[in-house]
Design a binder for this molecule. Structure first.
Ligand code: HEM
Length: 410
């Protein structure tokens, strides 16, 4: 899209599906960063009952908001639409809470997610990845989203949570529908059925696992939730379910998104892929560059708790504020040639958030999984090429490819 077809900024609705069909609207964000860095969208076309929202598009401003949890709360909702993921479910997850409760629950998980603790999982993650890639033997074509990314990330997070492997697929489908709520391929039955049928089914499945752990504790994350002691209180079943769904969602739809966009960028920039083939030690830097250019979550939301001014905008108490990471990660104030994919860049970025209380818990796990996935793919299939038009999930939240068809041998 060229900038001259971007509507009048006063009428622009940043979350309009039309703008997002080929992924995040980078031209729109560039114009906003330059002309109106904190912009008011009067509504959301797809869900007319939703109120308008502010878009924060520059890295510096996203940093300011992310660190001010008193002024910008996470406890109302974490995405701009209230007509999608059920709000009580969001508010039961610690990502949808403010301190002090947020900190108490997050603390339960920190120990398992330190870089040192995560490093112990490397052999298991390599084995899962190898096993999934072995299934491609003898095939000419594959889809990197469904044949590689999904089965690997589902098993990795499935092991963390203590799921049986046969439960990976149904959970992945449920989570894909929950996060890709606006995409009719991922959520074919629509939002009402999701709330009335799928979420209760997920709850029932989760409670079966919870009952098993109550009987026989293990060292998985479900046991951590079941036996959590928060100042003498345990979590209710609803809170355990919300914690479980948060981990499943964060584990499924984030690394999958980044792996596939890394591979797409490498195939679209063959000279960059060759650098990695020649020097696999560049894989971590390539992953950071992909995280910068293609953040898996396009936004998280805060809600202003008081009237305030941000970079010239007069924000009112109760207003929704979207932090757009695909914009801040290409902010020309921070990056030279921001739209260029460069495996040597090894940049800092805001794909995991911009600091503050809600900074991603899973960075070490995500980085390790991504490094292994990229290394193994490039090693096994150095000549892989894109063999059809990749498609995007229709979403302003879960920013990822839905399909990435490839020819394995190139
Ligand atoms: C490429 C991979 C990933 C990306 C891009 C990503 C991104 C993010 C972002 C942007 C946030 C919110 C930051 C904010 O609001 O300030 C977040 C929070 C979170 N992430 Fe990740 N994430 C990834 C992988 C993971 C993984 C693998 C896990 C764990 C299994 C995980 C667990 C979480 C949790 C639990 C939160 C909530 C933290 C809080 O509210 O304190 N993430 N992530």
């Amino acid at each position: 899209m060229s900038t001259d077809v971007i509507p009048d900024l006063a009428k622009l609705q940043v979350a309009d599906d039309e703008l997002w069909l080929q992924g995040p609207p980078h031209e729109v964000f560039e114009r906003l960063r330059n002309e109106c860095p904190v912009h008011w969208s009067p509504g959301i076309k797809q869900t007319p009952s939703d109120a308008g929202f502010w878009s924060v598009t520059r890295a510096e401003d996203i940093h300011t908001v992310s660190r001010d949890w008193q002024g910008f709360s996470s406890a109302q909702n974490i995405i701009i639409t209230d007509e999608a993921i059920p709000v009580p479910l969001v508010q039961g997850m610690f990502i949808g809470m403010d301190p002090p409760k947020h900190d108490r629950i997050k603390n339960l998980f920190q120990k398992a997610f330190t870089p040192k603790a995560i490093a112990t999982h490397e052999p298991a993650i390599r084995e899962i990845t190898a096993e999934v890639m072995d299934r491609l033997a003898g095939r000419e074509h594959a889809d990197l989203v469904t044949d590689v990314a999904q089965p690997v990330v589902s098993r990795v997070i499935g092991e963390f949570m203590g799921l049986d492997p046969e439960d990976d697929k149904p959970w992945a489908e449920a989570i894909n529908a929950l996060l890709g709520f606006g995409d009719t391929t991922l959520n074919p039955k629509g939002l009402e059925a999701l709330v009335a049928e799928d979420i209760p089914r997920m709850y029932e499945k989760c409670m079966k696992l919870v009952a098993a752990r109550r009987e026989n504790p293990t060292n998985d994350m479900t046991s951590v939730l079941v036996f959590a002691d928060i100042d003498g209180d345990t979590l209710s079943d609803e809170e355990i379910f919300a914690g479980f769904v948060l981990m499943m969602a964060a584990g499924n739809d984030s690394t999958k998104a980044t792996y596939t966009s890394t591979m797409r960028a490498l195939m679209e920039n063959p000279e960059q892929k060759q650098l990695l083939v020649d020097d696999p030690s560049l894989s971590s830097s390539a992953v950071e560059e992909a995280l910068r250019m293609f953040p898996a979550f396009a936004h998280f939301r805060r809600t202003a708790t008081k009237d305030t001014e941000l970079n010239g905008a007069q924000i009112k108490a109760g207003d929704k504020v979207a932090l757009w990471y695909p914009s801040s990660n290409r902010d020309a104030e921070r990056y030279e040639n921001p739209h260029q994919f460069d495996v040597h860049r090894n940049p800092e970025h805001q794909a995991f958030g911009a600091g503050g209380r809600h900074f991603c818990l899973g960075t070490a796990l995500a980085r390790l999984e991504l490094k292994i996935l990229v290394e193994e793919t490039v090693k096994r299939f150095p000549k892989m090429t894109i063999s059809g038009q990749p498609t995007y999930v229709v979403s302003q939240f879960s920013s990822q490819l839905k399909t990435l068809p490839v020819r394995l041998a190139g």
